[in-house]
Write a protein that binds this ligand. Sequence first.
Ligand SMILES: Nc1nc2c(ncn2[C@@H]2O[C@H](COP(=O)(O)OP(=O)(O)OP(=O)(O)O)[C@@H](O)[C@H]2O)c(=O)[nH]1
Ligand SMILES: [Mg+2]
Length: 333
Amino acid sequence: MDLVSRLLAGDAAALARAITLVERDRPAPRDLVAAIHPHTGKARVIGVTGPPGVGKSTLVDQLAISFRQTHALVGVLAVDPSSPFTGGAILGDRVRMARSSADPGIFIRSLATRGQLGGLSQATGDAIRLMDASGRNPILVETVGAGQAEVDIMNHAHTVLVVLAPGMGDDVQAIKAGILEIGHVFAVNKADRDGADRTAAELEAMLAMAPDCGAGGWRPSVIRTIARDGRGIPELARKLDDHWDWRQSELAGWRRRQAAAELSETVEVLVGSRLREWAVKSGRWEEAVDAIVGRRLDPHRGAETLLSHYLNSCPGEGARSPTGCRTGRRRNP
Ligand SMILES: Nc1nc2c(ncn2[C@@H]2O[C@H](COP(=O)(O)OP(=O)(O)OP(=O)(O)O)[C@@H](O)[C@H]2O)c(=O)[nH]1
Ligand SMILES: [Mg+2]
């Protein structure tokens, strides 16, 4: 049986192999992604994010075990935008996801930065699709805070769980506003430590100030957990279920927003890389760099100039013959 059929049948080795392909090869192996796409859209995706070391992996381990009581196959994806190597992430998360690792019904995988950050979010989307097509549901996606990259990655999730812990140096206000805006459910983990009540109270106060999401809007709530011994996990799982139930009421809208965000990201990466490739091969890249260094051109005008040269000289065949198109047909005026 070929890779796609084995993957669709739920085979874990085929899934692992396919994820390696979408992680390693950017742009993604298009035939693979195209073949599985019709079989996706079934899984519930839960994003888990927050500052380093707050206990995200320990919490994901607990949640995965908890979901296994009602689901045959669960997926876990640990995405690390900060490290260029997968090794560390896999090792660390395997240790902290000890119980899940021992359960063959839970598929765990790490993804790390290969090249551009935008590429990582795309690879995350592809890895989620592969897990979805192979019957993993729900899929838990952990990512560690790195600004825009993590926000992009969390776009793939129906529900975003933000994890904080007491004693993270300062107080909740020190945390970037961006991370609070994307959260639907908040966990104050390490509730066994001093300061958990204060962290939770500050968080609740900040969330209370945030504008309501409108009629039928979802109000984020704060759950205290001790991931290390499982306390608070049933309450957290219930709150995640509540959000999933709420999400059903506007699932079609969410799907369109998610698809548009992913298409937009893909277009940016695709067009950017094609333009750069053409400019380098045609020598215009070096010309533009020289002009910027010589103060004859600013970077914005430089990019615009490259784009207009590209559009004028490459009638739809930029990728196939990046240099040959200079003598090719002119684009329709
Ligand atoms: N005291 C206490 N320690 C915890 C709790 N949950 C996790 N830890 C510990 O906190 C440390 C970090 O846990 P992880 O689950 O790896 O945290 P993480 O957020 O996934 O870390 P990164 O992925 O590296 O950002 C580990 O030593 C855990 O054992 C908890 O509820 N209480
Ligand atoms: Mg972790």
